[in-house]
Design a binder for this molecule. Structure first.
Ligand SMILES: NC(=O)c1ccc[n+]([C@@H]2O[C@H](COP(=O)([O-])OP(=O)(O)OC[C@H]3O[C@@H](n4cnc5c(N)ncnc54)[C@H](OP(=O)(O)O)[C@@H]3O)[C@@H](O)[C@H]2O)c1
Length: 246
């Protein structure tokens, strides 16, 4: 296992689920982490816990739909730890529903958080990555984008859009400065179902998560694998599903 002691890593959506597990694991492996989310009290409590275990952790209250919040996260990370080696674009929502329901508010929320939030990460981090001479963007997308299913079309579309922006960034980064990784989880036991507005879909999703969901640490280990690689190695895509998921 390579060490993360020289890495500074900011993580969006770090107030629970995959983001929290990622912050805790990367900090245990030696990285300095900055936990970002809207719920400041939750990220503060997790960061305190990490520090009590001997890790390095700071926090930043961020709404990823706001470009200025991401700029603030990047500069807070640089101010606190001197640089930002990795930005984990993890914040996401999933108010999924059949297209025929015409839930245009849910569609907008997914576009704003899942896609615009990612673009705000790119806009905030790219100039700093270039100034530093290196940087790594990791996005948590979804297997929902690889094959879509009923109710998932817009959610999958936002995740596939993120995947496409990653590929564009990769193609534009042949100078070796910026690395990109897109990680696609299947069912993971988190609070994501809370963002589902349709009560039936929310219940079915919670049941599936309880029945077969893997732990958020499984995705955190995939993030760690990608960011531990030396600068000349880019892990482009990783899929992490429950073994029993179809
Ligand atoms: N769980 C799964 O089965 C699964 C499968 C595939 C992909 N994913 C993806 O994994 C990522 C993490 O989700 P999760 O499963 O860990 O769900 P979660 O437990 O609901 O966590 C979502 C995180 O996103 C943050 N967030 C939501 N809107 C935000 C905003 N506008 N600004 C900043 N932060 C925001 C939340 O923090 P605040 O509310 O405090 O802001 C929370 O920390 C998402 O991108 C999701 O699409 C999850």
């Amino acid at each position: 296992m390579l060490s993360l002691h020289d890495k500074t890593i900011a993580i969006t959506g770090a107030s629970g689920g995959i983001g929290e597990a990622t912050a805790r694991l990367l900090a245990r492996r030696g990285a300095a982490v900055v936990l970002a989310a809207r719920r400041g009290e939750r990220v503060d409590a997790i960061a305190r816990d990490i520090r009590e275990e001997g890790g390095r952790a700071a926090t930043c209250v961020v709404d990823v739909t706001k470009a200025e919040d991401l700029r603030r996260l990047v500069s807070a990370t640089v101010d606190e730890y001197g640089r930002i080696d990795v930005l984990v674009n993890n914040a996401g929502v999933a108010p999924i529903s059949p297209l025929a329901d015409l839930d245009t508010e849910g569609w907008s929320a997914m576009i704003d958080v899942n896609l615009r939030g990612m673009l705000n990460c790119v806009a905030a981090a790219l100039p700093v990555f270039h100034e530093q001479g290196s940087g790594h963007l990791v996005s948590i997308v979804s297997v929902a984008g690889l094959t879509t299913s009923p109710s998932m079309a817009v959610y999958a579309a936002t995740k596939n859009a993120v995947r496409t922006v990653h590929e564009g960034l990769r193609k534009e980064s042949t100078d070796g400065v910026v690395r990109t990784t897109a990680i696609s989880p299947g069912y993971v036991r988190t609070e994501l179902a809370d963002s589902m507005t349709d009560p039936h879909i929310r219940d079915v999703t919670r049941k599936n998560m309880d029945a077969m969901g893997i732990s958020p640490e499984a995705v955190a280990r995939a993030v760690a694998f990608a960011v531990e690689q030396p600068q000349d190695v880019e892990i482009g895509e990783i899929n992490v599903r429950p073994t029993v998921q179809g």
